[in-house]
Design a protein around this ligand. Structure first.
Ligand code: MLT
Length: 303
């Protein structure tokens, strides 16, 4: 029998299938494993018994990886389990960036007492006119990951041209990409032609500020940038400056800061990328399986 701590009951659904093998723990000093979503796990030194931590999600930057490495604590994540949810939010973001849907809806909602609504609606057509995704070029930074691949293949179905960059692409990942996705050898060659840039890489010390003054200067004027990955991948000050000058027409981010959220050309989303019922269940089930498989058999496999 193993003791597993569940933050916010996150993996309860997943662990229910292992009821004979685990009990829920709340004594911080003896849990065998922890399953966590967003809670901060940078203080785990207190538990000499801890063997594994599973993150029900892709990013592991809420976990103290250095201490885990030193102490031999296995860390799991579930990179594929929420990839579809994130992919869909990328397209919601691209559509919001292309069609002025948000302002148009806000206008329509303010017209509840307007007896001339039908006539006035016609007058809004020009004001809220937008652009189509078809025919535009999408540049994907991190095209070989679980999300990047899905975004690439879905963009082709919107009749977009897709260019991708990923220095760590595996052979499997390459095979799962349509041959219509153009894989570039440098990030710059993806950035220079893209009408939209979307970023799907983990945030690490090496990738912090990947989108900065210099990389933005390599992009087209009026580019639209999407970040559903992590806030630190984009330099806040450089982005604000690029939004002010119009170099970046729109920045859609799932990780807004107060300054970015306030900018008229930023579309801030409050970290909803993985927040669908399907994704939460997938992540919970996969995280639970990873932990139990490790505790029982010593298997190490992310999903
Ligand atoms: C992830 O890293 O996959 C997401 O941040 C998951 C979440 O929203 O908790």
């Amino acid at each position: 029998m193993y003791t597993v701590k569940l933050y916010n009951n996150i993996a309860k659904a997943g662990l229910d299938q292992f009821t004979d093998q685990y009990e829920i723990g709340d004594d911080k000093t003896n849990e065998d494993a922890i399953v966590v979503r967003s809670a901060n796990l940078h203080d785990i030194d207190y538990n000499p018994n801890l063997k594994a931590i599973a993150r029900a999600g892709a990013g592991v930057n809420n976990i103290d990886i250095e201490t885990c490495t030193k102490k031999g604590i296995a860390v799991f994540n579930t990179p594929g389990a929420n990839a579809n949810a994130v992919k869909e939010l990328v397209f919601a973001g691209m559509l919001l960036a292309s069609r002025d849907i948000y302002n148009a809806i806000t206008w329509a909602k303010s017209q509840t007492d307007n007896p001339n609504l039908a006539k006035d609606m016609e007058k809004q057509k020009k004001k809220y006119a937008g652009h189509e995704l078809a025919g535009k070029t999408l540049g994907i930074i991190g095209v070989g990951g679980a999300i990047g691949r899905r975004v690439a293949n879905a963009a082709l179905r919107f009749d977009m041209e897709v260019h991708g960059y990923d220095p760590y692409m595996t052979v499997d990942a390459a095979w799962s990409l349509s041959r219509w996705v153009k894989h570039e050898n440098t990030m710059e060659s993806v950035l220079k032609d893209a009408d939209f840039v979307t970023i799907h890489i983990p945030q690490t010390p090496d990738t912090m500020n990947t989108i900065n003054k210099e990389t933005i200067s390599q992009m087209k004027d009026g580019v639209k940038i999407l970040n559903m990955a992590r806030g630190g991948l984009v330099n806040e000050e450089d982005m604000l400056e690029a939004l002010d000058s119009g170099k970046v027409a729109i920045y859609v981010t799932d990780f807004p800061t107060p300054k970015l959220a306030a900018h008229p050309h930023c579309i801030p989303i409050p970290h909803l990328g993985a927040s669908t019922a399907e994704s939460e269940e997938n992540c919970a089930v996969n995280a639970a399986k990873e932990v139990m498989d490790y505790l029982e058999y010593g298997n190490i496999a992310n999903s």
